[in-house]
Design a protein around this ligand. Structure first.
Ligand code: NAP
Length: 282
C-alpha cells in the first residue's frame, strides 16, 4: 500500500532545545503536549550540544529550516554572541533562552522574567526577598522590579549579592539573616537548594506576615521543604513548574503560530512525565 506522499516543498514546523546535558529537560514533553493538543504537525527536539559546537549547531539548525528553539544551561550567555538581535529584556537579564530564526537572522530573547511573573497569578509583591544571586535571580529581579516591588537579595556568597544589588539598585540581606522576613510579603528561592540531590534550603519562614506568597523555582521535587513550610503556615505557595510552563509559551507561539494553554492540564501532564521518570514528588 502506498502511504501518504509528503509535500517536500512544505517546511515542517520544527523547534529545538539545546543544552548540555539535555536528557533531564522537560521542554520536549511540554511542547510535545501542546503540539498534540493543538493538532499542529510539528516537532520539538532536544539536542545535547557541547560548548565548542554551539555556533555550528545553531547555524545548521537555522539552515535546516527550524523556526527557532530554546537554549538552556550552559549556553544561555554564550549564545548571545551568535544573535543578530538581542531583546532589551534579554540584555538586561544577561542571557538568552529563546531563539527565533527570521530568514538568516537569529533573534534572541529571554522569557524567564515573564514566565516567573505569570506564575504569580496576578499577585503583586511590595517587598520581595530573593534568595540567590545566580542567573535565575537576575530574571526574577527584573520581573519583580517591573511589578513595582522593592527587592532584597540574600546570597551565600555575599559579593555576588552586592554586585547584583549595585546593578539592579536593590538592597542586600546577609545570608545568616535570611529568615528575618517580618517586613516582606513575598519570598522566592532562586538557589538550587532543595533540589533533588542538593542540600536542603535551611530557612524558617514563620516570620512572614499572613497573606504573604512563597515561590520556589526548584520543581524537583514538586513540593520542596520550603513550599511545605509555606503550606503548613497557610501561605500561598507556587511551584517553579509554573514558571517553566509560562516561560515556554511565548516561544511556542512564535515558532508554531498558536498560543498554547497554560492551564492545569499541562501542569498535570508534566507531573505524569516526572512520575514516569521517577522524579521525587515530595
Ligand atoms: P546558578 O546561576 O548556578 O546560581 C545558583 C545559586 O544557588 C547561587 O545563588 C548559589 O549561591 C546558590 N547555591 C548553590 N549551592 C548553594 C549552597 N550549598 N548553599 C547556598 N547557596 C547555594 O543557577 P541558576 O541558573 O540561577 O538556577 C538556580 C535554580 O533555579 C536551579 O535549581 C534551577 O533549576 C532553577 N530554575 C528554575 C527555573 C524554572 O523555570 N522553574 C528557571 C531557571 C532556573 P553562590 O553564589 O553562593 O554559589
Amino acid at each position: 500500500m502506498i502511504g501518504k506522499i509528503k509535500d517536500l516543498s512544505r517546511k515542517d514546523k520544527k523547534a529545538f532545545v539545546i543544552g548540555e546535558p539535555i536528557d533531564h529537560s522537560l521542554s520536549p514533553a511540554l511542547h510535545g503536549f501542546w503540539l498534540r493538543q493543538l493538532g499542529i504537525d510539528g516537532s520539538y527536539e532536544g539536542f545535547s550540544v557541547p560548548a565548542d559546537y554551539l555556533a555550528r549547531t545553531i547555524y545548521k539548525l537555522r539552515d535546516d529550516g527550524y523556526a527557532g528553539g530554546n537554549v538552556t544551561i550552559p549556553h544561555k550567555e554564550k549564545v548571545m554572541l551568535l544573535c543578530d538581535e538581542v531583546s532589551e529584556r534579554a540584555q538586561k537579564i544577561g542571557a538568552v533562552n529563546t531563539l527565533v530564526f527570521d530568514g538568516d537572522k537569529i533573534l534572541g530573547d529571554n522569557t524567564d522574567a515573564e514566565g516567573f511573573a505569570a506564575g504569580l497569578g496576578g499577585f503583586k509583591p511590595k517587598k520581595a526577598m530573593v534568595l540567590g544571586a545566580g542567573g535565575a535571580a537576575r530574571a526574577v529581579i527584573v520581573a519583580l522590579q517591573e511589578l513595582g516591588a522593592e527587592v532584597y537579595v540574600s546570597n551565600r556568597t555575599a559579593e555576588k549579592a552586592e554586585k547584583l544589588a549595585q546593578e539592579f539598585s536593590c538592597k542586600t540581606i546577609a545570608w545568616e539573616n535570611k529568615d528575618e522576613l517580618s517586613e516582606s510579603d513575598f519570598l522566592v528561592n532562586t538557589t538550587s537548594l532543595g533540589m533533588e540531590s542538593q542540600p536542603e534550603l535551611d530557612i524558617d519562614i514563620k516570620s512572614l506576615p499572613d497573606g504573604s506568597v512563597v515561590y520556589d523555582l526548584v520543581y524537583n521535587p514538586i513540593e520542596t521543604d520550603l513550599l511545605k513550610q509555606a503550606h503548613s503556615l497557610g501561605l500561598k505557595n507556587i511551584s517553579g513548574l509554573w514558571m517553566l510552563i509560562h516561560q515556554a509559551a511565548p516561544g511556542f507561539e512564535k515558532w508554531f503560530g498558536e498560543k498554547p494553554e497554560t492551564t492545569q492540564d499541562i501542569y498535570d501532564h508534566l507531573i505524569l512525565e516526572l512520575n514516569k521518570r521517577g522524579w521525587k514528588q515530595a
